[in-house]
Write a protein that binds this ligand. Structure first.
Ligand code: SAM
Ligand code: SF4
Length: 474
């Protein structure tokens, strides 16, 4: 379990989730598909695009593998373990196919390009391999696979953003939705496979983003999270209106849809987040006071090897600026332990920067070498696994303490909470989140509230992961 710690953007509990979003009579559909998704929120958002494309062609979704004519697995390559999980699932599906010969199996997403030959020809695990920029061709690829050909499209695009596709919301709570604002990544963090699997960065048409967010609001959604690998480099030129839309402008336009629509975003790269963005957060009450600002390491030497293009001091100055302009802002991080050449002192520097930043939570991983990345080509993966894991355990413990301390500071405070459902442990309680992205659980008190409502809650107790409180009627 230790290579991965549950998080709220890449939710461990959702890994592998299968969806059945259509309630219509299954007989209406010519075929049924089953889709399982792994990895980050962007991958889950992509599965919603895939579902939309397939649905338009008359395919319906099912939650039961046994009912499916098509099985898709939307894959992640970010760490080796994610790939192993997918491979195991494909072997399971191969057994299902033995008993049902007409069944087609497809691999989607980040593993497609790298493993297409292996999956299709060597191991004969799948019938279709489709990269993240090729989902529009899925219906014709299904046709090819049905006629017995091996169907492959892993071409990466410089301009595909699926801007015009209205995603089918899968397994949604009806309150929060992810909205992709860009694809790919132009940064070359040396440990990271994303620029190779998802291609060059491109920003989606601003109008299509605003329209999607507005439609979500009209359907009753009350929170959108704008997604990109590096949202601060969002840049869209609207040639018709002769205007440039930066990320700060985009945030503002989404916030203006309605004060009742909360706006979140992820991920911010410390080198790119601007004062303009911070001022925009301050200006609009409905833009959440929460920033995911991955540090990766606290050692400037390691950061340089990681090609993160900032130093420890630069990062700390960003945290100071956030705290100065947005007092009480929630900050979270991603941290990697055991990157190439990391010494005990580098590791201690990471622990120090975590303390300094006072993260509310972090997503923590040990370094996993990925084929084709700069680090794989340039550096030795020289930290033994037991040391990587020991260091990971130390930062996990530290983060546990920091999260608890951060929660204790909220005791006695009142937060505006967006209710997103029943508490998992106790249906007599609501669960919701504060602007700072903390989960708060509180008694329902039979006062007619429902999912999607806002309510003021006073914090009276806390655990490491959750705030507990009661409703304040004012
Ligand atoms: N674009 C985001 C950013 O720059 O912060 C993050 C994208 S990545 C999908 C999510 C996280 O996975 C990274 O921030 C990093 O901590 C972790 N990660 C990426 N490659 C990794 C690797 N090779 N080994 C371990 N963790 C990795
Ligand atoms: Fe990977 Fe770096 Fe791009 Fe994030 S910013 S996706 S870590 S290359």
């Amino acid at each position: 379990m230790l290579d991965y710690v549950s998080d709220k953007v890449q939710d461990e509990s959702r890994q592998g989730e299968a969806f059945a979003p259509f309630t219509a009579d299954p007989n209406l559909y010519k075929k049924q598909f089953y889709i399982e998704s792994y990895g980050c929120a962007m991958n889950f958002a992509d599965s919603e695009i895939v579902a939309s494309i397939l649905n338009k062609e008359g395919f319906g979704a099912t939650k039961n593998v046994a009912d499916a004519d098509l099985i898709f697995i939307n894959t992640c390559s970010i760490r080796e373990k994610a790939e192993q999980t997918v491979r195991k699932r494909l072997t399971d599906f191969k057994k299902v196919k033995k008993a049902k010969p007409g069944l087609l199996i497809g691999v989607l997403g980040c593993m497609a390009e790298r493993l297409k030959t292996k999956f299709l020809e060597e191991e004969k695990l799948v019938d279709m391999v489709v990269g993240p920029d090729a989902y529009r061709t899925l219906p014709s690829l299904v046709g090819e696979a049905e006629s017995g050909q091996k169907a492959v499209n892993v071409l990466l695009s410089r301009d595909e953003t699926y801007a015009d596709i209205s995603p089918v919301r899968l397994d949604s709570n009806g309150v929060s939705a992810f909205v992709s604002i860009m694809r790919g990544c132009n940064n070359m963090c040396s440990f990271c496979v994303v620029p190779f699997t998802r291609g060059r960065e491109r920003s989606r048409d601003a109008e299509s983003i605003i329209n999607e967010c507005r439609e979500l609001f009209e359907e009753g959604y009350r929170e959108v999270t704008l997604l990109g690998q590096n949202v601060d480099s969002y840049y869209f030129v609207n040639e018709v209106k002769d205007e440039v839309v930066t990320f700060a402008k985009l945030l503002e336009r989404v916030a203006l849809i309605s004060p009742l629509l909360r706006v979140r975003f992820s991920t911010s790269h410390p080198k790119d987040i601007t004062d303009e963005v911070l001022h925009t957060i301050v200006k609009y009450e409905n833009i959440c006071n929460y920033i995911h600002l991955p540090v990766q390491s606290g050692s400037s030497r390691v950061l340089q090897l990681m090609n993160r293009t900032y130093t420890k001091e630069w990062y700390m100055a960003k945290v100071d600026r956030i705290r100065e302009l947005i007092p009480g802002c929630g900050i979270s991080s991603d941290v990697i332990t055991g990157f190439c050449t990391e010494t005990e002192e580098d590791h201690k520097e990471t622990m120090r920067i975590m303390e300094y930043s006072g993260y509310d939570f972090s997503y923590m991983f040990f370094y996993s070498e990925r084929p084709g990345t700069l680090a794989e080509r340039r550096y030795d993966d020289d930290i033994p696994l037991d040391i990587k894991k020991k260091r990971l355990q130390e930062i996990v413990d530290l983060q546990g303490r920091l999260s608890h301390e951060s929660n204790k500071k909220d005791l006695g405070k009142i937060f505006k909470v967006l209710i997103d459902g029943d508490s998992k442990k106790d249906e007599s309680k609501w669960k919701g989140r504060s602007s700072q992205n903390k989960t708060i659980v509180f008694a329902k008190e039979n006062n007619g509230l429902k999912k999607g409502d806002y309510v003021n809650v006073k914090v009276t107790d806390c655990t490491q992961a959750t705030l507990l409180g009661h409703i304040i009627n004012e």
